[in-house]
Design a protein around this ligand. Structure first.
Ligand code: ADP
Ligand code: MG
Length: 706
């Protein structure tokens, strides 16, 4: 037989290896960046006499007694003593091997929380082993882990990954992040390198002030956070540069034809109001983008009710007038319909005069209708395509999509935005994108996640709005609120009642809403009380909305946030039950559903009180911001502090949390630093930049570009 050596078959991955994979700890760098949750101090032995009640300590002591007691329940009691005192160890679950290790006369190293004082020290289920061996020089890391992945295994995996991984500096020479300095041995200021910082964070020396590790203010943490933010900024700037090389249709106002005004001027002429100064300014910013050959990526921010829809409609006119198509997307069918009903009302006749149409695409649509719509879109006869996610599905072929408008952009994921960008690929171009959001994004967030986005802000409400008065009321006073509803309806006004949000259970949501609906119907005889929830058939939803919009229905009870995204100026009272379960920005958006007409409007935030009233107090504190301000930006800022960026980015993106270490609410200085450095680094040190991004973002960087 020829002596051919076969490569050894790869060993099947162990349970622990699988668990590592599952936690996303695949590359060495992933392990190196898997930082401890907390640390245990095993570097010193505490004499028993100086262990204080409640302190977690490591002791070394000799076993003087070890016995199993059966009453009041089976337990192992072990007496130990060192030169300074004694302690009782108590175990309710134990094995014969434990008893063997803790045999009388054995010397043990024990770690646990001491209870009691001089006369009766005790430890419940401490960790123990035979004494001996050197004490570690560094604190022992305790990592976030999962079932099947024991700490010791994870610790070894991290140590060996740290040994292998390339952590050479990727910052340009001479560049150092702020606050990452420490006093070096010779008294000189030195900056923490990446390797140094990571080694320290995994195995800090016992003299460290633990609080600086906990609150991430330690210079080693600063270094890490700065690097992370830099990676994110580099990738954003990179994608902006890539986009600058792409082409999009040039959309300029068309000259009047045969005496007919350009479409956007016709639309202006039929509007029953004048644009606010902010709307005009923002409209000009968008028009300037559309006239360029580079695809626009613009975020249009404006508080609820600030009039974003008409601004986007005017932009759409520019595209449609030049013979191109335009798509409008909203996250739900009801919202798509409500938001754009007016706009379609205005635009449809104008388009019809030019032989073009509006197409409607939603998920649940009759096959026949859908086929007709798809044909309209493909032929280009549909100048405007309105709908939900259905608009971006693969089967939807546009003739020439030039502008995509996405309402409530944070409810759409990256994947969907990427899909939209493909829709003009046949022309070798990308469509312009206008994203709208009524959840004002705090400046730090806009600067970071949206560095690749231009932002326009409508900072002015249309005239004639009455400010909304917000009240916090304990739910024990619900009856009074219901009375007030009666009075409002009596006066010819309409009322929204939003039911508690129970994230885990749609079924519970529903039963809650149904019960509330029944209660209100009973408490308000003679008033039409409607119910709207997400699992109702579309036709039924529409019928309910119709009754409410037309004013016949006095009270609308609704489950989810989205379904209330409507424009009924006669509605003047918004009641939100269990308001403490909503994010502040969500509450603000809901509140924006009233105060749209001339009547004085109010928003009642019902918060729950428990018996002790304590939970109620904290909830109330947080909700107080709502009563204090009507400024969406201020509310967004507080929301960022309280809830982190998830609220603004949508679950999908926050789930893939791109920032693991940095905190946008506190690390503004590092963000500023990274934002300034990124473009310089791309220009002067492209290799370092590429290496940095690959190290930090790996495969995720494409994902960031949408
Ligand atoms: P949002 O920014 O929340 O999407 P909308 O576009 O739905 O707000 O506008 C809210 C309401 O204000 C609509 O009824 C709209 O027709 C009206 N509106 C918009 N712009 C103006 C304006 N300049 N003057 C008066 N009303 C306006
Ligand atoms: Mg809107």
């Amino acid at each position: 037989m020829p002596a051919v050596s076969r490569p050894a078959a790869p060993a099947a991955p162990s349970a622990a290896q699988k668990a590592l994979q599952k936690m996303g700890l695949r590359r060495d760098i992933d392990l190196a960046l898997h930082l401890p949750l907390r640390y245990e101090d095993e570097t010193r032995i505490t004499p028993l006499a100086s262990a204080r009640d409640g302190q977690t300590v490591q002791i070394e002591a000799t076993v003087t007694a070890c016995e199993v007691q059966l009453r009041p329940r089976r337990q192992l009691l072990v007496q130990v003593e060192d030169a300074t005192g004694s302690c009782e160890l108590r175990f309710f679950s134990f094995y014969p091997s434990h008893q063997k290790t803790m045999a009388v006369g054995n010397r043990l190293r024990i770690r646990g929380e001491v209870k009691g004082g001089f006369w009766g020290r005790q430890m419940l289920h401490p960790a123990f082993r035979l004494a001996g061996g050197e004490l570690p020089a560094a604190l022992t890391p305790v990592y976030p882990t999962t079932a099947g992945l024991p700490q010791p295994y994870l610790r070894r995996a991290v140590v060996s990954a740290l040994g292998r991984v390339d952590l050479s500096d990727t910052l340009p020479p001479g560049v150092e992040p702020p606050h990452a300095m420490y006093q070096g041995q010779n008294g000189l200021q030195r900056s923490w390198g990446l390797r140094e910082a990571l080694t320290f964070l995994h195995h800090p020396t016992p003299d460290v002030a633990l609080s600086t590790l906990e609150d991430h203010s330690h210079p080693a943490w600063q270094r890490l956070k700065a690097e992370e933010l830099l990676a994110q900024q580099l990738s954003q700037h990179q994608s902006r540069r890539e986009r600058d090389r792409l082409r999009a249709p040039v959309l300029r106002p068309q000259p009047a034809q045969d005496g007919a005004l350009p479409l956007h001027e016709q639309l202006m002429a039929v509007l029953p109001f004048d644009l606010t100064a902010a709307q005009r300014r923002v409209g000009e910013e968008i028009a300037a983008d559309l006239a360029r050959r580079v695809p626009m990526h613009r975020l249009l921010q404006g508080d609820v009710g600030s009039g974003k829809t008409i601004v986007s409609a005017l932009a759409a006119c520019l595209a449609m007038d030049a013979g191109w198509q335009c798509a409008l997307m909203a996250p739900t069918e009801i919202l798509a319909e409500q938001h754009f009903a007016k706009m379609i009302g205005w635009l449809e006749p104008l388009l019809a005069a030019r032989g073009r149409k509006v197409a409607w695409l939603v998920g649940r649509q009759k096959k026949k209708d859908r086929t007709v719509m798809l044909a309209l879109v493909a032929s280009g006869e549909a100048a405007l395509v309105v709908g939900t996610h259905a608009v971006i599905q693969e089967q939807v072929q546009f003739k020439n999509l030039a502008l995509a408008i996405i309402d409530e952009q944070h409810r759409f994921g990256v994947v969907q935005r990427l899909a939209l960008r493909q829709k003009l690929a046949a022309h070798g171009m990308e469509p312009h994108m206008l994203m709208m959001s009524a959840t004002p994004i705090p400046r730090t967030l806009a600067m970071s996640y949206y560095a690749d986005l231009d932002v326009s802000v409508i900072d002015e409400l249309p005239p004639g709005r009455t400010p909304i008065v917000t009240k916090l009321i304990a739910d024990s006073r619900k009856d009074e609120v219901i009375e007030r509803i009666g009075a409002q309806v009596e006066a010819g006004r309409q009322v929204y009642w939003v039911c508690p949000l129970i994230e885990e259970s749609e079924a519970l949501d529903l039963s809650n809403a149904t019960a509330t609906h029944a209660d209100l119907s009973e408490a308000l005889p003679g008033v039409m009380v409607g119910l709207l929830h997400s699992r109702m058939p579309t036709a039924e939803k529409k019928a309910v909305m119709q009754l409410f919009s037309s004013g016949q229905m006095g009270v609308l009870v609704s489950t989810t946030v989205i379904e209330v995204g409507v424009d009924v100026p006669n509605a003047s009272l918004m009641v939100i039950e269990h308001a403490e379960r909503f994010g502040l920005s969500q509450l603000h958006q809901l509140r924006g559903r009233v105060g749209r007409g001339a009547a004085a409007s109010a928003c009642v935030l019902l918060y729950s009180t428990n018996d002790s009233g304590r939970v109620g107090e904290t909830a109330k504190e947080r909700l107080r911001a709502m009563a204090e301000t009507n400024d969406g930006f201020e509310i967004a800022r507080r929301d960022l502090e309280i809830r982190g960026p998830g609220e603004f980015l949508g679950a999908r993106q926050s789930g893939d949390a791109l920032l693991r270490f940095a905190d946008l609410a506190t690390d503004t200085h590092l963000l500023e630093w990274a934002r300034e450095l990124a473009p310089l680094m791309l220009d002067k040190y492209p290799e370092l930049a590429a290496k940095h991004v690959a190290r930090w973002l790996g495969g995720k960087s494409d994902y960031l570009k949408a």
